[in-house]
Unconditional design. Structure first.
Length: 189
């Protein structure tokens, strides 16, 4: 049987602060002719222009299966940390440049995948920031998706065991989210 050799190039771009304490964007492109995805998570870890972490690996592998050709990974908080600490103020965790990069990526993307998982469910600071990001993305609401498991549950982070190897994308209805948010606020009064 004849052997075949396959070759490809993955172009990478990473935008950091000068001291590398914040990462605003991690872009990976393997086929410029295919749709572009944007994946929004909570905060960046160690992945950069060369190094890769498990989260980035699962993102790329799943987007490849879904026939995308590139991804912009952005985060609601830009501070690089293994685990986000809410002891910091929001101004220490993110800044205006992060919001600018989120909007720039949204403009380029064919699909915007919200993949921050459930961590905002029990943390007001994270939940408030998620709402700010949804407000930034209002103009792009038709492109918003979340990751859904085989059993129909939604709102996963790429490391969640249920979806690591198989993503199903599900549309997000921002109007419905706003109504649910108002109901929650009323219940908490």
């Amino acid at each position: 049987m004849p052997e075949i050799t396959e070759k490809s190039i993955v172009k990478t771009e990473a935008i950091f602060t000068e001291d590398k304490s914040h990462r605003y964007l991690l872009r990976k492109e393997w086929d410029k002719n295919k749709p572009k995805a944007m994946v929004i998570m909570t905060n960046p870890s160690s992945a950069g222009e060369i190094s890769i972490d498990y989260t980035t690996m699962y993102v790329i592998n799943n987007l490849l299966k879904l026939d995308y050709g590139s991804v912009d990974v952005v985060n609601i908080f830009s501070k690089i940390d293994v685990k986000i600490s809410t002891k910091y103020g929001t101004e220490d965790l993110t800044d205006e440049e992060n919001d600018n990069q989120i909007v720039k990526s949204a403009t380029r993307a064919d699909s915007i995948i919200v993949a921050w998982g459930k961590n905002g469910d029990n943390n007001k600071k994270i939940r408030d920031r998620q709402e700010q990001v949804f407000n930034l993305l209002q103009e792009y609401k038709e492109k918003l998706y979340t990751i859904e498991s085989e059993d129909g549950k939604k709102g996963f982070h790429p490391l969640a065991p249920q979806i690591r190897f198989h993503w199903k994308l599900s549309k997000i209805d921002l109007e419905l989210k706003k109504e649910k948010g108002k109901e929650s606020q009323e219940e908490n009064k």
